[in-house]
Design a protein around this ligand. Structure first.
Ligand SMILES: Nc1ncnc2c1ncn2[C@@H]1O[C@H](COP(=O)(O)OP(=O)(O)O)[C@@H](O)[C@H]1O
Ligand SMILES: [Mg+2]
Length: 360
């Protein structure tokens, strides 16, 4: 589902732009501060209804202007689906999909599966489990139509349970929440586990090329020790502790995926550049899975492509990215840095002080 057209109005330093994209590779060039990341951010905002740089829409609207508007056309098997999003400084937000007002962000996300890679992306490995859950759930979301609903229900139940924990005297008073919570938690953990198991061979195939010198072990942790205990039993055994802490210490909200070399966490062994390559391997695997299994195409937003990677790694990476058959948006400061890497089917855009021109 490539983006064929994008119209930007008052987004960061981009006052106005109408762009026609290549269905495969789009390279965005320009000096520091010209607006390359802003362009990627605009695409990201359309796909997820939020930014990866700021939680505050007011920071994103062009200074001294009342609103930003984004409009895109997405090619879904030959049919152009229009998507529009407006945000005002007063906090109003209007989303239109196929000319109809949409209320759920998940509707937007269904139309535009995005993978973002920036110099900060190694947070996926070195940061908190929350990042890795988000990674995993991205894939499960597209794989299982009911996932979103189940997960939303679990989050609500957990909130109610945590509030009840603070007031109740005996475990029995929590049963009301726990019966459903345990049932749904087991369901969602199975979904996550199955998805991750299927993803592992795809990740391994890529890292055989990216990091051939390492043997990396990957495992899924469902959020509680389920080897000889059910979640309900865990809740019963940990009632006093949870009550003291005031929140639920185990469950799918604590799930994680773990990567190790020998007995060390990956983030302790690899260099920043190597970690970045591993993040690429993870995200490329998800793109391939989406393509092969879910028959959907992914859009990759890659900010600062050449940062921290040597020439030979860039070459291997470019080969894999092209093979992934996703639509790509790649920002680099100087086009010459990657000229030989993406020769085929490539459009080049140059950004200067927020003005974007298609130069190739
Ligand atoms: N809300 C805003 N209104 C106007 N300009 C902005 C706004 N937010 C950021 N900028 C400016 O937009 C420019 C684009 O930055 P950025 O997209 O990060 O550039 P690049 O990725 O090309 O280095 C910066 O110079 C920044 O100061
Ligand atoms: Mg930038």
């Amino acid at each position: 589902m490539p983006i064929t057209k994008l119209v930007i109005h008052q987004f960061r330093n981009i006052h106005s732009a109408t762009l026609h994209f290549n269905k495969q590779i789009n390279v965005i060039t320009g000096d520091n501060g010209s607006g390359k990341t802003a362009l990627l951010e605009a695409i990201y905002f359309l796909g997820l209804g939020r930014s990866f740089r700021s939680h505050l829409s007011n920071r994103i609207i062009t200074h001294e202007h009342p609103e930003f508007i984004l409009f895109a056309e997405i090619d879904e098997q030959g049919v152009q689906v229009p998507i529009g999003l407006k945000k005002t400084r007063k906090g109003e937000s209007i989303l239109k999909i196929n000319t109809r007002i949409a209320t759920k962000l998940a509707d937007l996300t269904q139309h535009l599966p995005l993978q973002l890679i920036t110099p900060d992306s190694i947070n996926l490995l070195s940061g908190s489990p929350k990042n890795r859950r988000a990674f995993l759930d991205w894939g499960v979301f597209y794989h299982d139509p009911l996932f979103y609903q189940t997960w939303a229900r679990i989050k609500r139940l957990l909130k109610q349970r945590n509030a009840a924990l603070k007031q109740c005297k005996t475990y029995n008073e929590l049963q009301l929440w726990d019966n459903e919570l345990c049932f749904l938690s087991t369901e969602i953990s199975d979904q996550r586990q199955r998805y991750f198991q299927q993803l592992i061979p795809l990740i391994e195939k890529t890292i055989a090329d990216f990091l051939p010198e390492f043997s990396i072990k990957m495992s899924f942790f469902c959020g509680w020790d389920n080897t000889n205990k059910s979640l309900q039993q865990y809740f019963i055994d940990n009632f006093e502790r949870d009550k003291q802490l005031g929140y639920t210490t185990a469950g799918p909200q604590k799930a994680d995926i773990r990567f190790k070399i020998g007995s060390y966490p990956l983030a302790d062994v690899l260099s920043r550049g190597q970690l970045k390559l591993f993040v690429y391997a993870l995200r490329l695997a998800q793109g391939l899975f989406l393509n092969n299994v879910n028959n959907k195409k992914c859009v990759f937003l890659i900010d600062d492509f050449s940062s921290e990677l040597d020439q030979s790694k860039q070459q291997i990476l470019a080969k894999h990215i092209i093979q992934s058959d996703a639509q790509l948006f790649i920002s680099v400061i100087d086009k010459n840095h990657i000229e030989n890497l993406f020769e085929q089917q490539c459009s080049v855009f140059h950004v200067k002080h927020g003005k974007i021109t298609n130069i190739d």
